[in-house]
Every structure is written in C-alpha cells, then in structure tokens.
Design a protein around this ligand. Structure first.
Ligand SMILES: C[S@@+](CC[C@H](N)C(=O)[O-])C[C@H]1O[C@@H](n2cnc3c(N)ncnc32)[C@H](O)[C@@H]1O
Length: 330
C-alpha cells in the first residue's frame, strides 16, 4: 500500500470513530420518541412487542441490536431483552426525571438544520423556524435550565426586595410559578406569544395569582413604569440585532427608576461555552426568523440607549455559555 493510502485509512478510521459518537444519541432519541425503553421495562421478546404495538419488527430488532452493544439494553435469555433502569428513568416519556425532550430538540430540530447547511449555503437562502411545530418542545427544554437559574433569580429578588416582576416570553411559566411559590405576595405577570405555549402556561398558573397574557412583548401596553423587575430569558434570539434596542426600551418603559432587568441567554464569544454558542449560532442562522446570540458587548450597547447598565454577570451553565446578566435602569 502506498503511504497516501495508509494516511487516508488512518484518517477514515479517525472520522468513523468521531461519527460513532452519534450512535448513542440516535438510539436514546429513538427509545424516547417511541417510548421503547418503557416497553421493555420487563424482559420481553422483540417479536411480541412488535406485534403488540404494531411496530416494524426488523427495525425494532435493529434498535435492540444497537442498544445491546451500547449497553442501553440487557439480554435476559430466551431471546428476551430488558431496558436498563437508568434509560427508563431518564428517557421514558412519563418519568419525572426524563430529559428525552432535549434529545428530541437536538435530533429533530438542531441536527436537521445543521445538515441543511450545504444546500442553504449554495442557494444563498434560509429556512423558516417552525414556531407552531416546535414551540412546545423549546418551552420544555428551556425548563431544564430553571433549576440551575432559579436560585440566582430568587437571590436577586430578595436582594432588591422586588414586589413586582414581569416575564417577557415566559414559555410555560416555570420561573413565575417558582417565584410565586416563594413570594406569593409579589405582583407577577407573564407574556407569551405562542398560543399553545400560552394556553399551557395559563393552565399551569390558573390556581395562582400570576397573570399570564397572550401578547407580543413588543406590543405590550404596560407603560406605567411600575414593574420593579423584568426578565427576558432565552428570548433575545427571536429578535434581530436592530430591534433589540426597542425591546430594551419597551422594558425600560414598564419599569420603575432603578428597576432591574434580568436576562438569561447563551452569549457568543463569552469566556465559557464557546463551542456550544458557536453551534447554537449555526442553528439560529439557518432560519430567517431566528437571530444570532448577542455578545456581552452588543448587549451593553443595545441596552445603553434605554438607560440600562450591566451590573453583574454570572454563568448559569458554563459549558453552554449560558449567563444570567443583571442590568439596572439608571
Ligand atoms: C426559548 S423560550 C424560553 C421560555 C422561558 N423564558 C425560559 O427561559 O424558560 C422563549 C419563549 O419566548 C416566546 N416569545 C418569542 N417571541 C415573543 C414575543 N415577541 N412576545 C412574547 N413571547 C415571545 C416564545 O414563544 C417562547 O415560548
């Protein structure tokens, strides 16, 4: 063999190994998506499960074969298999510990968008982000961040002794619910544009004093400068850079003097999470209705005209480049 052929072989092996890392994610995603880990909660034969749930037996057997080699499933004799406990716990639809929705977002939304790059770059075009289809998924994955970020938010509320808070783009209202549980006397308002997401937030919060509104945060009429705190969590990428100053102005109009604006967002070019934010930006840039993440410098510039000053910035999830940025109206 020629040296060139050896080099190509080594490189091919290297890249095969790299792409092999995709297999566990695919297997876990499929298991979550069809609730297969749950179907194999006790030893069962693939043929029986395929017949019982009307699934393609050959494809189910392929999923099992991969799962056995990856150690997601275990053989139980007589051709029967069982899912491992951890996979049922974290990847079953009904498990309270389930994180499967994150895999659904990655594999149904992010990876396909990244795979669209060749044609989109060549055609000089962008795809739409299907808000209607994926709004619920995104609201659910955003919730995963809550447990990390909430203690930091609660600390700011306590420190500022805030009596009112408005959540712009509240998703399913998870932050508001947690705040309400801790501070039931606060005036709490959530604004959500997606009708299905709003409906779910409304249902989840209807037995609380939290007010949820189905509105566009850019059009909201609450210009009485009475809110002491406003949050904008994971929403900046819904707005192009040029409209972010108006968004901050909107917040300033609704806020008391010296009011606090809390922003949770992955940042581009920050100290932490550069790889993640670069990948996230790649996903965002495929869509004509989503926009690149801000850098801290841009955030500073865009909020400055409405009188905001950055007071503090803490990482929430370092590897994701997620920060909680506290701004104060001057
Ligand atoms: C990624 S989710 C984040 C939800 C929540 N803030 C969190 O961090 O968990 C962003 C939410 O903002 C909503 N949203 C986007 N643009 C909006 C607008 N112009 N007015 C109100 N809500 C909006 C989306 O529908 C979505 O539910």
């Amino acid at each position: 063999m020629m040296v060139k052929d050896w080099i190509r072989l080594i490189q091919a092996r290297k890249w095969m190994k790299k792409t092999g890392a995709f297999l566990p994610a695919w297997h876990a995603y499929l298991g979550y998506s069809l609730d297969l880990f749950d179907l194999f909660h006790k030893p069962a034969c693939p043929g029986c499960i395929a017949r019982l749930y009307n699934l393609d037996e050959t494809l189910l057997r392929r999923w099992i074969e991969v799962g056995l080699t990856l150690g997601h499933l275990e053989p139980k004799g007589n051709g029967k298999v069982k899912s491992k406990k951890a996979y049922r716990r974290y990847l079953s639809k009904n498990s309270p510990y389930s994180i499967g929705i994150l895999l659904e977002e990655m594999l149904e939304l992010h990876i396909p968008a990244l795979l669209d790059y060749p044609s989109l770059i060549n055609q000089n075009s962008k795809a739409p982000y299907l808000e209607k289809e994926y709004g619920g998924t995104v609201a659910q994955t955003s919730e995963l961040l809550e447990s990390y970020a909430f203690p930091k938010i609660a600390e700011r509320i306590k420190k500022r002794k805030a009596g009112s808070l408005l959540d712009m783009g509240c998703g399913y209202g998870g932050y508001l619910k947690r705040i309400y549980n801790q501070y039931p006397r606060m005036r709490l308002i959530g604004i959500e544009i997606n009708p299905n997401v709003y409906q779910e937030a409304y249902t989840r919060l209807k037995h609380t004093a939290v007010e949820v509104r189905h509105e566009d945060m850019m059009a909201v009429e609450e210009n009485d400068r009475r809110m002491e705190m406003i949050m904008m969590n994971n929403v900046l990428y819904y707005f192009p850079r040029e409209s972010r100053p108006s968004l901050f102005e909107k917040a300033a109009d609704m806020m008391t003097a010296k009011g606090t604006l809390l922003v949770i967002s992955p940042l581009s070019n920050a100290k932490h999470g550069k790889a993640f934010s670069a990948a996230f930006n790649s996903f965002l840039s495929v869509h004509h209705n989503l926009f690149p993440l801000p850098s801290i410098k841009e955030l500073k510039e865009d909020s400055k005209t409405s009188g905001f000053k950055i007071k503090r910035m803490d990482p929430v999830v370092k590897e994701g480049g997620w920060y909680l940025i506290e701004l104060q109206k001057q």
